[in-house]
Design a binder for this molecule. Structure first.
Ligand code: ATP
Ligand code: MG
Length: 253
C-alpha cells in the first residue's frame, strides 16, 4: 500500500508522515520511507541516517553507456542500493538536492524509476512530498493508494487542498483515494471552514494540536520517541485503521 502526503507549506506534512511511519513500525510493518522533499528533513523527524541521496548519485546514469560487463538492470540496482539507507525499522530513500546546477527533473525521473522497482518489496511505502503541487505535475506521486492532503484549519489551506485534488484529477493520476487531514486543530474547526471543506472532502479527518509533537520538533528530536498516548499519534492510528481497512475492502471487491 502506497501512502503519499501532500499539502501547502508548513501544514504538518512531514509531521503527519512521521506519525504514520511510527504507527506502521510499531505494528511491525515492512516499510519503505521516501523523503521526496529536496529540502530534506524527514530523516531528523525519524532520527534516521541518510548515507546518500538521489541527488548525490552520478548524474546521467539512467542514460549512460554502461561499464562493460554489467547489464543495465544490474547497474540500476547498484545505483538504487547506493541511494537506499537502511535503518533499524525501515529503509529510507531521500531525493536530496542535485549537485550544483543539476536538474531536479532528472532527480525526479530517477525517483520515479526507483519507486517502480522498489515498491513491491515492501508492505507499505510512505512518501513525504515538498509543499505545493509540483510533485503531481512531475508525476512522482502516481500509482498511489492514498493521498493525504494536509491542511491547517484555515480557508486558505482548504482552498489549496481543493486545488491539489483538482489537479490530481485533471492529470488523471493513478491515485485511488484522496483524503483531507485537517491538522493542528485546537478546539473546533470554524463553521465557515467546515462549510468550505464539505463539497470536495465529505469525509475529512482531524489531528489535534499536540504540544508534545511541537516540543520534539522544536528540539530536533525524533517523533518516533513520542509516547503512545500522544493525542496526535492516537488520531493518526484511528485514521490509518479506518482508511487502510476501507482500501483493503475496495481492493478485494
Ligand atoms: N499536530 C501537531 N501538533 C503540534 N504541532 C504540530 C502538529 N503538526 C505540525 N506541527 C508543527 O508545525 C510545524 C510544521 O510542521 P512540518 O515541518 O511537519 O510541516 P511541513 O508541512 O512538512 O512543512 P514544509 O512545507 O516546510 O515541508 C512544526 O513546527 C511542527 O512541530
Ligand atoms: Mg515537510
Amino acid at each position: 500500500m502506497i501512502i503519499a502526503v501532500s499539502g501547502k507549506g508548513g501544514t504538518g506534512k512531514t509531521t503527519i508522515s512521521a506519525l504514520i511511519i511510527k504507527h506502521l513500525t510499531e505494528n511491525g510493518k515492512v516499510l519503505l520511507v521516501v523523503d521526496a522533499d529536496p529540502n530534506t528533513n524527514l530523516d531528523i523527524k525519524l532520527g534516521a541516517k541518510v548515507e546518500r541521496t538521489i541527488g548525490d548519485l552520478r548524474e546521467g546514469f539512467l542514460e549512460d553507456t554502461l561499464p562493460s560487463g554489467i547489464s543495465k538492470m544490474e547497474y540500476m540496482d547498484y545505483q538504487m542500493n547506493l541511494a537506499l539507507s537502511e535503518n533499524e525499522k525501515f529503509d529510507l530513500l531521500t531525493i536530496g538536492r542535485p549537485e550544483g546546477s543539476g536538474c531536479y527533473c532528472y532527480a525526479n525521473n530517477v525517483l520515479r524509476v526507483f519507486l517502480d522497482k522498489l515498491s513491491s518489496r515492501y508492505e507499505y511505502v510512505v512518501i513525504d512530498n515538498e509543499a505545493g503541487m509540483e510533485h503531481l505535475s512531475r508525476r512522482t506521486t502516481n500509482d498511489v493508494d492514498i493521498l493525504f492532503v494536509v491542511a491547517l484549519p484555515s480557508m486558505q489551506d482548504v482552498l489549496t487542498s481543493k486545488r491539489i485534488k483538482d489537479l490530481a484529477n485533471e492529470l488523471e493520476l493513478k491515485i485511488k483515494d484522496i483524503d483531507l487531514i485537517v491538522n493542528s486543530v485546537k478546539g473546533d474547526i470554524p463553521e465557515r471552514v467546515k462549510e468550505a471543506i464539505k463539497p470536495d472532502f465529505d469525509d475529512y479527518h482531524t489531528v489535534p494540536y499536540d504540544e508534545k509533537v511541537n516540543e520534539l520538533n522544536s528540539l530536533g528530536e525524533p517523533l518516533l520517541n513520542l509516547s503512545l498516548d500522544s493525542a496526535a499519534y492516537k488520531a493518526i492510528g484511528e485514521i490509518l485503521g479506518g482508511v487502510i481497512e476501507e482500501r483493503r475492502a475496495t481492493n478485494l471487491k
